[in-house]
Design a protein around this ligand. Structure first.
Ligand SMILES: Cc1cc2nc3c(=O)[nH]c(=O)nc-3n(C[C@H](O)[C@H](O)[C@H](O)COP(=O)(O)O)c2cc1C
Length: 433
C-alpha cells in the first residue's frame, strides 16, 4: 500500500499542505476572563508545529463574547481585537513553524452557550437544549438584524486571522453550535429566508463564505466543519448534508471537514450513547465497527462533490489512515485526542517509528469502583468518555505552560483539576463581563 500520509497536497486555492494530517480543532479553554489570546496559545501551537503536522486547526475562536462555548475561549470582535493583535501575531508565528498551516476555527456557540454565561443565548429559534445536570437557557430567536450582525462578525474574525498571520480559516458548522443549528430542521423552525428549505437553512453559511472570500482573497484557504448528520429524529440528515456539501463546493470552499453529532449526541468523540434517547437516531452499524467514525458518510458525500474532504474522529492506525486516503474518500485526515497525549505522535508515524497513535483510554477509579472504557455498560462508557475529556484538557493546559503532557496523570485527578479550573474560569469571565 502507498504511504499517502506523507505526501503533500494542493488545495483548490493553491496552498500546499506538506502532508495529509490535520490536528483537529480542540478548544483550549486557557484564555483569561477577558477572552484574549496570550502567550499560552503560542506555546501550545508551537509544540504541535514541532510535531510535523500538515495543518493545525485552533480550538473554536468565538465571534461574540456573549455566546461562548466556554468561559475561557478566545473571542475576537470589533471591541477587543486591538488588545490582542500582538498575541495573535505571536500565536501565528509559533503555530506556523516548520511550514505548518495554522487555521483559525471560527464559531458561535448558539444555544449550546452555557446558561451561566448567557441565560438567553442567540439561536435560530427558541428551542432549548436539555442535558441532565447542565444549565442551558431558552434561546432568543435571532432577528434579521442579529443574523446580519453575526455574518459580519464571522467575516471580521476571518479577516483578523488573515491579517495576523494565520494561514487559513475554518467555519464551525458541526456539533450543534450556531451554524449547525441553522441547518437542523428540528432546531431551526424559522419561516423567513433563513429557515424552511435546506437552501434557506444554509443561507447564512453561503453569505459568510461569499463575504469572507471577498475579504481574504482567492489564495487563502477557507474550510467548513460540517456534520454528516446530527443523529436526532427529525434533525439534519445525511442526505441534507450531501446537499449542503454541494452548496459549499459551489461557494468556493477549499475543503470540508466531516464530523457529526451534538451535545445531545456526542458521537464526535465516539460515544455511542444518546443523552436524549427519545430523540436519538441510530448510526449506520457498519460505520461503528470501523476505525473512523464518519468515513462511510464521507463516502456518500464524496460521490456528490469533487472538492477535498477531511474526515475526523477515531483514526488511530497508519493502515486506517492510508486506507482512507487511498480510497480517495478524503484527502486529509483529522486527528484530535492522540495529539493531546503526545504532540509528536504524528511525526513518529510519518517517520515510520509508530504504527498506532496513543489513545490513552484510561480507567476511572472512584473509590472501590473501577469505570473501565471497555465496560459493557453504556453509562460507564459515557462517564469514562467525559472524564477523559478532562484529562485531555489538562494536557492542553500543560503544553500551554510550555510543559509536555503528563501521561501518568490519573483520570480522577484530571477530572477534579478540570472542574476546579472551569469554576475559576467562569468566575474570572463573570468578573470581566
Ligand atoms: C478536548 C477536546 C476539545 C474539542 N474541541 C473542539 C472544538 O473546539 N472544535 C471542534 O470542531 N471540535 C472539537 N473537538 C472535536 C475534535 O475536533 C474531533 O472531532 C474529535 O476529538 C474526534 O477526533 P479524535 O478521535 O481524533 O479525537 C474537541 C475534542 C476534544 C477531545
Amino acid at each position: 500500500m502507498q504511504n499517502l500520509i506523507n505526501e503533500s497536497f494542493t488545495l483548490p486555492c493553491g496552498q500546499v499542505i506538506k502532508n495529509r494530517v490535520c490536528k483537529a480543532a480542540m478548544t483550549e479553554r486557557i484564555a483569561k476572563g477577558n477572552n484574549l489570546a496570550h502567550q499560552g496559545h503560542a506555546n501550545l501551537y508551537e509544540r504541535w508545529a514541532e510535531g510535523d503536522i500538515g495543518i493545525s486547526l485552533t480550538g473554536n475562536v468565538q465571534v461574540d463574547r456573549r455566546n461562548l462555548e466556554g468561559p475561557a475561549n478566545v473571542a475576537i470582535d470589533q471591541n477587543n481585537y486591538k488588545d490582542q493583535l500582538d498575541a495573535l501575531n505571536t500565536w501565528a508565528r509559533a503555530g506556523t513553524k516548520n511550514n505548518t498551516q495554522l487555521w483559525m476555527q471560527i464559531s458561535h456557540a448558539g444555544r449550546q452557550t452555557p446558561g451561566e454565561i448567557n441565560s438567553s443565548p442567540m439561536a435560530p429559534s427558541d428551542i432549548g437544549l436539555k442535558i441532565p445536570g447542565k444549565n442551558f437557557g431558552t434561546p432568543t430567536p435571532m432577528t434579521e438584524e442579529d443574523i446580519l450582525d453575526v455574518i459580519d462578525r464571522f467575516v471580521f474574525t476571518a479577516k483578523i486571522a488573515r491579517d495576523t498571520g494565520f494561514t487559513g480559516v475554518q467555519f464551525h458548522s458541526a456539533h450543534g453550535y450556531l451554524l449547525s443549528e441553522f441547518l437542523s430542521p428540528d432546531i431551526n423552525n424559522r419561516t423567513d429566508a433563513w429557515g424552511g428549505s435546506i437552501e434557506n437553512r444554509a443561507r447564512i453559511h453561503l453569505e459568510i463564505i461569499k463575504r469572507c472570500r471577498q475579504e481574504v482573497g482567492e489564495d487563502f484557504p477557507i474550510s467548513v466543519k460540517l456534520n454528516s448528520a446530527d443523529f436526532q429524529k427529525g434533525g439534519f440528515s445525511p442526505d441534507e448534508s450531501i446537499k449542503v456539501a454541494q452548496m459549499l463546493e459551489n461557494a468556493g470552499v477549499d475543503i470540508i471537514e466531516i464530523s457529526g453529532g451534538t451535545y445531545e449526541q456526542p458521537k464526535l468523540i465516539g460515544v455511542e450513547a444518546s443523552i436524549n434517547a427519545k430523540r436519538s437516531e441510530k448510526r449506520k452499524e457498519s460505520t461503528i465497527a470501523r476505525e473512523a467514525y464518519f468515513l462511510e458518510y464521507a463516502q456518500d458525500i464524496r460521490k456528490a462533490v469533487s472538492i477535498p474532504l477531511m474526515v475526523t474522529g477515531g483514526f488511530r492506525t497508519r493502515e486506517g489512515i492510508n486506507d482512507a486516503l487511498q480510497s480517495n474518500v478524503c484527502q486529509i485526515v483529522g486527528i484530535g485526542r492522540p495529539l493531546c497525549a503526545d504532540p509528536y505522535c504524528i511525526k513518529k508515524m510519518l517517520s515510520g517509528e509508530l504504527e498506532t497513535l496513543p489513545s490513552f483510554e484510561k480507567t476511572l477509579s472512584l473509590g472501590p469502583y473501577i469505570l473501565s472504557p471497555s465496560s459493557p455498560f453504556t453509562l460507564i462508557k459515557v462517564i469514562n468518555a467525559f472524564a477523559s475529556m478532562a484529562w485531555f484538557y489538562q494536557q492542553i493546559k500543560n503544553m500551554a505552560k510550555g510543559l509536555m503532557p503528563n501521561q501518568e496523570q490519573k483520570l480522577f485527578n484530571a477530572f477534579t483539576a478540570d472542574m476546579k479550573a472551569d469554576k475559576l474560569a467562569l468566575k474570572d469571565y463573570l468578573n470581566n463581563k
